[in-house]
Design a protein around this ligand. Sequence first.
Ligand code: TRP
Length: 329
Amino acid sequence: METVLSGIRSTGNLHLGNYFGAVTNFVKMQKDYNCYFFVADLHSLTTYPKPGDLHANVRAVLAEYLAAGIDPEQSTLYVQSDVPEISELYLLLNMNAYMGELERTTTFKDKIRTQPENVNAGLLTYPVLMAADIIIHRAHKVPVGKDQEQNLEMTRKFAKRFNSMYGVEYFHMPEPFNFGKALLKVPGLDGQGKMGKTSGNGIYLVDEPEAIRKKVMRAVTDAGPTKENQEMTEPIANLFTLMDIVSTKDTVSHFREQYNTCQIRYGDMKKQLAEDIIMVTTPLREKINEILADDAYIRKAVALGREKARASASKTLKEVREIIGFRPF
Ligand code: TRP
């Protein structure tokens, strides 16, 4: 069985874009692949979270993935900082990562622009830590968005360099996992682009019904169609795309018909859309809150993940140490 691995940012709750775009695919993948999912809390240190927030964020992410259907028995769900082998492999890989190539990474250049007051070495070596995350389990496939493709390319570069440096064929090259047609692009509510691209355009799984209604009612629309079968502007097309995801076929065709005959009232459409989103998110929200209230369950899931992740990671690290030339006395 092939190994698939995905790192999850530990900041920010899951929104509908994450859920329908990635997480539902992760859930399905679990039976066909040997899956590793981890919360990237070491990576989050590059932006200096407050100690209290750090723990709460990791806990929230775990609860959301568990509620969404990640099965801690079938998959390996763990916290990155629970697996010290990752940090050691990161140190070792850093010796073969060059300043120039790290400085040229797009994500690093972006960070220099967005947080010029804090350009720390952790940001520079972010791709090295990510490579350690991936190759420590000898992962075959990594589902990554566009923004992370270059980082995965760097992983391949570091893995290949390690192999050629030591004349081994130890690491194989991890490939991007392509969801193909299954990858849903969920638009945001601000009339342009994907959900989550800009802050404030997203609906979160934990949002209460009243908050969802408010957000949907405030979604950007246009002045309305003036001729039959008029082409939709982006904000309206986006609302229909959201409806396609959460509403019944009948509901969608009703409003399409109304649009095409210029009778649509966006207020009515939004009301329906909000209720249908609430239908989808309510069981998830309840489950998340149930898990958040159940310390013992979270602790057990994390302990199981840690044990499985460390078993796999320590095997790799032991072999890497031998290849490098660290031998027991
Ligand atoms: N960099 C990824 C992101 O920002 C998170 C991540 C960390 C990751 N380590 C990873 C993703 C390893 C895939 C594999 O979303």
